[in-house]
Design a protein around this ligand. Structure first.
Ligand code: SAM
Length: 257
């Protein structure tokens, strides 16, 4: 009977993989992987049948099509009766459509399917940048979705924008967008933050010998920022919390204070 488990090796080679993740990989009949090439090489030492899904991306190919093909590859192997492991870098369920969709489809077809957590880019970001998402609250959006739909930001909390490299990409290809799209994003953010509000681009390393990249600059310089496909944008709170006196009064009357 086939089964599917989606696991994440974390971000840093040799440093983040859980015992469970490693066991699943070594015991699988077939392992499909969508990770940094260096991580894929490492995973290949744990199982004789590791197949990279990265070749399914194409320069002008719709990313939705690539994701559908990845899902189909996982599901076909499950239907063939294999114990299938899908390895997706970081946490397999964080800003990753294929693992969620494949698990749902496998379950609908009557197979056992589940996910094991991994260390995601934002988990590294909190550690490397010294940010506690509980200090002021923290909002996470996929950058293009944030741009394509009318969303409200709470500027008293942190804002994390994922996939900055694809900001405003209407083509849905793996290509990066540029300063024009980031100017549109900057203007959206200027509705909430001052032009000189300091924001940062964060990039976690893949190798234990590398340092994280943390570039701080004022919001008005976002169009010209040094952005890559692994950049995550961090916008600290731009406004102070406003006390809710009415609610505190209500709570005081309940507690008799
Ligand atoms: N599943 C991944 C995780 O657990 O972090 C996220 C995958 S998502 C498709 C890709 C986005 O994650 C990037 O555009 C970026 O926002 C973020 N990301 C990926 N690698 C990163 C890195 N090395 N450092 C910082 N952010 C990264």
């Amino acid at each position: 009977q086939g089964s599917l488990v989606c696991v994440g090796p974390g971000m840093v080679l040799g440093a983040h993989m859980s015992e469970r993740c490693r066991n699943h990989i070594s015991q699988a009949d077939v392992v499909f992987s969508s990770c940094h090439p260096v991580i894929e090489q490492w995973i290949s030492t744990m199982n004789p049948d590791v197949r990279s899904l990265q070749g399914l991306y194409g320069k002008d190919k719709d990313r939705g099509q690539t994701y559908a093909e990845m899902q189909a590859a996982l599901i076909q192997a499950v239907r063939d009766g294999c114990r299938v492991v899908g390895v997706f870098y970081g946490h397999p369920g964080v800003f990753a459509q294929v693992p969620h969709a494949a698990i749902q489809q496998a379950r609908e077809e009557g197979f056992e399917a589940w996910m094991e957590p991994g260390i995601s880019a934002d988990a590294c970001l909190y550690a490397d940048m010294g940010i506690d998402p509980g200090a002021f609250g923290c909002q996470s959006f996929e950058t293009s979705q944030f741009m394509f739909y009318k969303r409200a930001i709470d500027p008293t909390a942190y804002l994390i924008l994922w996939q900055l490299g694809h900001a405003g990409d209407l083509s849905m290809t793996p290509r990066q967008t540029g300063p024009e799209q980031r100017t549109v994003l900057m203007n959206m953010l200027l509705e909430y933050y001052a032009p000189d509000h300091n924001i940062a681009i964060y990039e976690s390393p893949f190798l234990p010998t590398q340092r994280p990249k943390i570039d701080w600059f004022p919001l008005q310089e976002l169009p010209d920022a040094d952005v890559s496909l692994i950049s995550t944008l961090v916008v600290p709170p731009g406004k102070k919390l406003t006390p809710n006196h009415a609610i505190v009064k209500q709570l005081k009357s309940i507690s008799g204070a």
